[in-house]
Write a protein that binds this ligand. Sequence first.
Ligand SMILES: CC(C)(COP(=O)(O)OP(=O)(O)OC[C@H]1O[C@@H](n2cnc3c(N)ncnc32)[C@H](O)[C@@H]1OP(=O)(O)O)[C@@H](O)C(=O)NCCC(=O)NCCS
Length: 128
Amino acid sequence: MKASERHMRSYAPEGLMVLRGPGEEYDKGSHWVVGDGHGYAEGLLMKDRDAIHPNTFYVENIIVKELKRGNGHGRALYAMVEEFARNVGAEWIQIDSEPEAVGFWRKMDYTELDRVFYKNKTAMVKKL
Ligand SMILES: CC(C)(COP(=O)(O)OP(=O)(O)OC[C@H]1O[C@@H](n2cnc3c(N)ncnc32)[C@H](O)[C@@H]1OP(=O)(O)O)[C@@H](O)C(=O)NCCC(=O)NCCS
């Protein structure tokens, strides 16, 4: 399938929306949105120069609706993201966390790194 055709498809084989996918083999830079009724997350297969490890799925964002926070929806949504990352062949998963969300990522078994990619954010990784 050509990249242009993939772009027109609503859902990937895994049942999740594909925003941009360069080829049938999920390539670096492929980018997805994972969502449910409570929130959504965005992620991509990272380009090598930004990744701590090769084959890293980078979580760009995860947001649960404000009034629904604190009820386990973030954990459930994150579990979908992690399963998705494994399905597309990632071996590591990475986040640049907002300062106030570091505790959430610790609960998801992420480890903080010494490297800073974005000012005020905490780079964290987890082996899948
Ligand atoms: C971070 C966010 C996604 C968490 O969603 P949530 O639905 O409230 O999370 P859950 O209820 O599933 O919490 C899962 C666990 O993480 C903990 N947790 C959640 N948010 C936390 C935080 N900000 N700091 C520390 N711990 C947190 C919970 O106490 C819970 O622990 P437990 O399982 O031991 O009881 C949500 O607060 C959010 O959308 N925040 C705004 C956007 C944001 O900052 N996103 C992260 C960007 S890096």
